[in-house]
Design a protein around this ligand. Structure first.
Ligand code: BGC
Length: 386
């Protein structure tokens, strides 16, 4: 099992921005688009999970050339984290501003992973309609990123009830019996909305499934969501990762749907004692002052990659690292060394990557000074070390 022991992170982040503001904003968003008292009538989309049979899974045919090209186009990328996957945009201190879109593109990143907390912006009961204003907001961001020539991985992030986690501050629970079908129905709506977008837009079904999403549950649910996406997007490239927070060690239990337009993903925060030192959302809080990267740490970093590469080759799909990074509480020189090692190791193994993340606690960009943190940027995109 991975060592990603986590506690509720929202409480820590909420302090930064003002709890009252978040609560008011999030509750207003839910109230505006939710009718919690209304029973779903027969025929209401999303009334039953059985409306969404899983795509058969377990004997995937191998990746299409479209899936391979899409994965290659990811290249070197970055997560726009803590923005649209906060309970409401801005609640964790950063938002997707035009400046940020410009800077991502100008720096030379080839792709962006866009984490989005759809679950906090949709009805609690069928048909689980996504707040049109939020959908329009995400649409604006996706269009702006694509317009800058970036490949975009649009995901679903932090649907807390799906993992069986406690809600973040500012969220409202939905009935337990609808959690799964709501997930699939959200994807049906997202896919319908973005159906006409170019192939440079990829969908990633769910960030870091864990908890109640064990491999058995996740394999079926992912296949159901893929079926919902395929109703409107027959060839859209879809990204699927394993359980245990997208841990490479759980790849062996991931049964990909029998579909060619897929790409696999993992996350890699090893060595966790280095990357998450001082992180407020990890309990117990890990001591600071840990440096990187001695040979044992390098082995920890590269171990998951060396599991993922042969797995992907054997199933016949590309794989990329959707998150890696070290928190700002780690010593800067060590963060630089960590990024360099990770980047080189992933690239040697032919794995595209997304650094976690752009402008918040792991940020390669300082949104206040409106400038890149030069050493971090160079560690990711600069010339190879002499
Ligand atoms: C989470 C982030 C978190 C990061 C590092 C991501 O998967 O979504 O909120 O900061 O992991 O822990």
């Amino acid at each position: 099992m991975p060592s990603r022991a986590r506690s509720r992170r929202a409480s820590a982040r909420a302090f930064a921005v003002g709890a009252a503001v978040i609560a008011a904003g999030a509750l207003a968003a839910i109230a505006a688009c939710s009718d919690a008292g209304a029973p779903a009538g027969p025929g209401t989309p999303g009334s039953s999970i059985h409306e969404y049979p899983p795509v058969p899974f377990g004997s995937p045919p191998g990746a299409s050339s479209a899936a391979r090209s899409a994965a290659a186009a990811l290249g070197r990328g970055v997560n726009l984290g803590n923005m649209l996957e906060a309970p409401t945009e801005g609640a964790w201190g950063v938002a997707v501003t035009p400046d940020i879109v410009d800077q991502v593109a100008a720096a030379g990143f080839q792709s962006v992973r866009l984490p989005v907390r759809w679950s906090n912006h949709a009805e609690a009961n069928a048909p689980f309609t996504i707040d049109p204003a939020f959908l329009a907001r995400v649409d604006t961001v996706v269009a702006a990123l694509l317009g800058r020539g970036l490949t975009v991985v649009l995901n679903m992030h932090h649907y807390r009830q799906l993992d069986g986690d406690a809600l973040d501050y500012g969220e409202v629970a939905v009935p337990a019996g609808v959690v799964d079908v709501r997930f699939v129905r959200l994807w049906e709506q997202i896919a319908t909305h973005f159906r006409a977008y170019p192939s440079g837009l990829l969908f990633e079904l769910y960030n870091e499934p864990h908890g109640r999403l064990d491999s058995t549950a996740w394999n079926v649910l992912a296949a159901r969501a893929l079926g919902a996406v395929r109703r409107t997007n027959p060839t859209r490239v879809v990204v699927i990762g394993p359980t245990s927070w997208n841990w490479a060690g759980a790849l062996s239990a991931l049964k990909l749907p029998n579909d060619a337009h897929l790409v696999a993903t993992i996350h890699n925060y090893a060595p966790f004692a280095f990357t998450h030192q001082g992180a407020e959302w990890v309990s117990p809080r890990l001591p600071t002052g840990v440096t990187c990267c001695d040979p044992a740490q390098v082995a920890e970093m590269t171990g998951p990659l060396k599991v993922a590469r042969p797995w992907a080759d054997a199933v016949g799909y590309p794989i990329f690292v959707g998150e890696f990074g070290a928190y700002s509480t780690a010593p800067t020189a060590s963060r630089v060394a960590f990024n360099r090692h990770m980047r080189d190791s992933m690239e040697v193994l032919g794995m595209p990557w997304h650094y976690w993340e752009f402008a918040a606690g792991f940020g390669v960009y300082d949104p206040v000074a409106r400038t890149f943190r030069a050493e971090l940027l160079a560690s990711l995109l600069g010339p190879p070390a002499p």
